[in-house]
Each structure stands twice: as structure tokens, then as C-alpha cells.
Design a protein around this ligand. Structure first.
Ligand SMILES: Nc1ncnc2c1ncn2[C@@H]1O[C@H](COP(=O)(O)OP(=O)(O)OP(=O)(O)O)[C@@H](O)[C@H]1O
Ligand SMILES: [Mg+2]
Length: 286
């Protein structure tokens, strides 16, 4: 695999990937994009936000396809600042980009543990490296009901499947760039996911409708009418709000868990929950 870089041909291996750049193209109406260039560096956690139909999925499709002015958006995607070689997508072991969608399913009924060991072997980990355990631990921090390693892959629930896919891609898979498409609907613990992902040096790009994921990201790309409208970095206010939103989210999760356990929620529960949030906030700002 070769990459044209400053006029020279250089080899591009997965560990060489340092950045991904999107060069702006056009929106749905053919209008020039406000954002002319956006760059993702290793370790960045980024969100793509915008209303339904604003072009979020189209943007990550461009990244996944290494668009080169050959999609309706006319965007270009660069790796380490240069046009990637055209055959990058042909060999999955060399493709630096992995995508986790809502609709991915496992097509194997192997036991979870066997599947992970096989994947670890393919990825050339030694058997004494604890990647399988690390993957399961990671996945189990995202799910309500723990994954049983002896169970078959097809027995996993939707949320468990998604959690395992994310953990497997992050821990065992060595893709430097992960595209995560609306994981909020998968019933996994997003706050934990964001925290855990930060332990791994990769580029994480979330398409999200979830304000919590957006505010916990390093920056967000705002989409409108098929175009990248703005790139916003959280300011001091938003950093504080991200923490408060997490508490609001925890309250919702608490309510959700009670519903799952067949309990009822009262107006008093809501009032107590909200007043506790406000009291914490007053304490924090005094
Ligand atoms: N720059 C563009 N030029 C032409 N068509 C575009 C452009 N951006 C998006 N589209 C098209 O507009 C439609 C909606 O875009 P997209 O599916 O990306 O929206 P979305 O933000 O992901 O919406 P949702 O939140 O519902 O998933 C799609 O058919 C897509 O191909
Ligand atoms: Mg979409």
C-alpha cells in the first residue's frame, strides 16, 4: 500500500495514521460549505450534530468511502494530509476506518469467547495478552445485563451486541478511526462509553442526536441542509453543563431502571430528583 505524500510514494500502515481531514464540498442545494476544512487528530472524540435530514450520515459515508470529490457532496477526505491510495478500501486489514451502525449483527453462532479469541489471533495478539478479558470487561460496563462468555453470539440482545461490537472494535480491532452511528438508541451506557473510549488513542466520530455525547466531545460539527455549517469547541459554560446534563441523564436512567423493575414513578420522585440537581448546582456555583 502506497500513499502519495509530498510528491513521494510512502507506505501507509494502520499505525501511521495520524489524522483525517475533510475538505468541504457542497450542500444539498449545491451551496459551498461554510466549513472549508476540518481535521481529526489521533485521540479526538468528535460529534456530528444536526436535525433529521441535515446530512450527518452523508458526512460519515464520505469518511468511510474516502470521498474524493466523487460523491454528491463533492467532499474530499485526506489521511495524514494527503489523498489516500485508491485501493485503501479493498483490503479490510489495511482499511483504517471501522463503522459501527445500529443495524450491524453478528452472523456467527460461535460462543462469544471463542469469537473474541479468534479475532485476537487474526489481529496477532499473543494468547497471554488479556485482550479478550479486556474486551468483555469493556462491553459489560456498557450493558445492563452482563454478557456470558460461553453464550453464542446470536444469543446476545441488541444492546449487548452493540456493546460487544464497540468493545471489540476498540480493544481488539486495530482501526485507528471509528465511526459510531447513533449508538444512543442501542440502550448502552453512553457516559461510561465516552469515559472508556478516552483511554484509547483513536479518532472517534459520533453521529448523534444526544446532547450529552455532543457536549462531552472535543468538538462538534454542526450540519444543516447537507452542509458542514460550523465547528464548535465546548466553552466553559458548556463544559459545566456537560456535567449537569450527565446528572439529568443519570436521573432518567434511574427512572428507566425503575420502570424496568415494574415500579411506578411519582410526581414526588421527579420533584425530589430535580431539586437535588438544582441544590447540587447551587453548591457548585457558590
Ligand atoms: N451535500 C449533499 N448533497 C446532496 N445530497 C445530500 C447532501 N447531504 C445529504 N444529502 C442527502 O440528503 C438526505 C438526508 O441526509 P442524511 O441521511 O445524511 O441526513 P441525517 O442527518 O443523517 O438524518 P437522520 O438524523 O434522519 O439520520 C440523504 O438522501 C442524503 O444523501
Ligand atoms: Mg442519519
Amino acid at each position: 500500500m502506497f500513499q502519495v505524500f509530498h510528491g513521494k510514494k510512502t507506505k501507509l500502515s494502520l499505525s501511521d495514521v495520524q489524522s483525517v481531514t475533510i475538505l468541504g464540498g457542497q450542500g444539498k442545494a449545491g451551496q459551498k460549505e461554510e466549513v472549508a476544512e476540518v481535521r481529526f487528530e489521533m485521540g479526538n472524540v468528535v460529534s456530528i450534530v444536526g436535525s433529521t435530514g441535515s446530512g450527518k450520515t452523508a458526512l460519515i459515508n464520505d469518511i468511510e468511502l474516502f470521498a474524493n470529490a466523487n460523491t454528491p457532496t463533492r467532499r474530499k477526505v485526506l489521511i495524514n494530509g494527503a489523498t489516500p491510495p485508491p485501493d485503501l478500501m479493498e483490503d479490510p486489514s489495511k482499511n483504517p476506518i471501522s463503522r459501527i451502525t445500529q443495524h450491524t449483527n453478528f452472523l456467527t453462532d460461535l460462543p462469544v469467547e471463542t469469537f473474541l479469541h479468534m479475532h485476537a489471533k487474526v489481529r496477532k495478539y499473543n494468547s497471554d495478552e488479556n485482550v479478550v478479558k479486556e474486551t468483555l470487561d469493556f462491553a459489560n460496563q456498557l450493558t445492563g445485563e452482563p454478557i456470558i462468555p460461553e453464550n453464542s453470539m446470536t444469543e446476545l440482545s441488541g444492546g449487548q451486541t452493540r456493546a460487544l461490537l464497540i468493545a471489540d472494535a476498540v480493544v481488539i480491532g486495530n482501526s485507528p478511526v471509528l465511526l459510531l452511528d447513533e449508538i444512543e438508541n442501542a440502550g448502552i451506557h453512553r457516559g461510561r462509553a465516552m469515559e472508556l473510549l478516552r483511554n484509547y488513542q483513536k479518532i472517534f466520530i459520533f453521529v448523534t442526536h444526544d446532547p450529552k455525547i455532543a457536549l462531552l466531545s472535543d468538538f462538534r460539527i454542526v450540519m444543516s441542509n447537507g452542509a458542514m455549517q460550523k465547528v464548535l469547541y465546548p466553552d466553559d459554560d458548556e463544559k459545566i453543563i456537560a456535567g449537569e446534563i450527565s446528572k439529568l441523564d443519570d436521573l432518567m436512567i434511574k427512572f428507566r431502571n425503575r420502570l424496568w423493575e415494574g415500579e411506578r414513578i411519582t410526581q414526588k420522585d421527579l420533584a425530589v430528583g430535580l431539586s437535588k440537581l438544582i441544590a447540587d448546582e447551587m453548591e457548585g456555583s457558590s
